[in-house]
Design a protein around this ligand. Structure first.
Ligand SMILES: [Fe+2]
Length: 265
């Protein structure tokens, strides 16, 4: 089994900057990590922290340094992939100590934890909001599945192979979800797909493969499917996910803020 803390969409910026002139993502990230550190006894041991992209909002080296410093406070093994706001080479430089990060090319990787194989896929098209799964990522995934034997498989990518119905997000979704499904369908067991990007929790299926997205660290998008829905963010709810790949294990959302309690029964 593997227990992963699934964190997404930090949108860190250089010091003194605000996202969209409004969001102090550095402060929000610091508070989020402080909350998680305080709750780790309650959450229980995890094997790794999986970060599904948009680590930075502005792609600056300073933003990655801030994000890295905060993530390292968790004291856990880190697994990272880029999102549409990331700058691949700056991210690579910041996280070059991680064994999964290749010195060049796409930031695709395979990491085995216990009986679980985690495959990170880089869907970033620099300068664009939408993402794509390239042939070389599909080849890496195919090879990882072929060699997976009896391992459980988790695939992590920034752009989920789902449509939320929120138009401004669907307009910058994964361009070719069927290309992912084609590869996953060759595997003899369902593959869990974890993603970010949509700043909220969405469950769905890609064929027989379950897909779930994490809430963001910094903001949320209102579930508004109207054609004239404003293209903007809400300041919450924020949180992260926890996945336990053991038999009977679950994916659950960990909100960063609870209401009052617990009140004893
Ligand atoms: Fe994002």
């Amino acid at each position: 089994m593997a227990r992963l803390l699934h964190i997404s969409d930090l949108h860190a910026v250089a010091r003194g900057q605000l996202v969209s002139g409004r969001l102090d993502t550095g402060h929000l990230l610091h508070e989020a990590i402080t909350t998680l550190c305080a709750r780790m006894d309650a959450i229980g041991p995890v094997d790794a922290v999986l970060v599904t992209g948009d680590i930075s909002d502005d792609g600056s080296a300073e933003s990655y340094a801030i994000a890295q410093r905060e993530l390292e406070r968790l004291g856990e093994r880190l697994l990272v992939i880029p999102g549409n706001h990331d700058c691949r080479e700056t991210l690579r430089l910041a996280f070059s100590d991680l064994p999964e990060i290749a010195p060049r090319g796409l930031i695709d990787w395979v990491s085995d934890i216990g009986d679980t194989r985690i495959v990170g896929l880089d869907t970033l098209i620099e300068g664009q909001g939408g993402g794509t799964l390239r042939d070389e990522s599909r080849a890496l995934l195919s090879e990882a599945l072929t060699g997976a034997g009896g391992l459980q498989v988790v695939v992590a990518l920034h752009h989920p192979p789902l449509r939320t119905g929120i138009r401004f997000m669907d307009a910058i979704g994964l361009a070719n979800p069927d290309a992912l499904r084609d590869v996953l369908d060759r595997h003899d067991a369902p593959v869990r797909v974890l993603a970010g990007h949509v700043h909220g929790v969405y469950h769905g299926l890609l064929g027989r493969h379950p897909v779930v997205t994490a809430p963001a660290c910094c903001s949320a998008f209102a579930f508004d499917r109207r054609a004239d829905a404003p293209a903007g963010f809400m300041t919450g709810p924020t949180g992260c996910g926890l996945i336990d790949t053991a038999p009977g294990g679950v994916w659950t959302e960990l909100p960063f803020e609870y209401d009052e309690g617990p009140f004893i029964f």
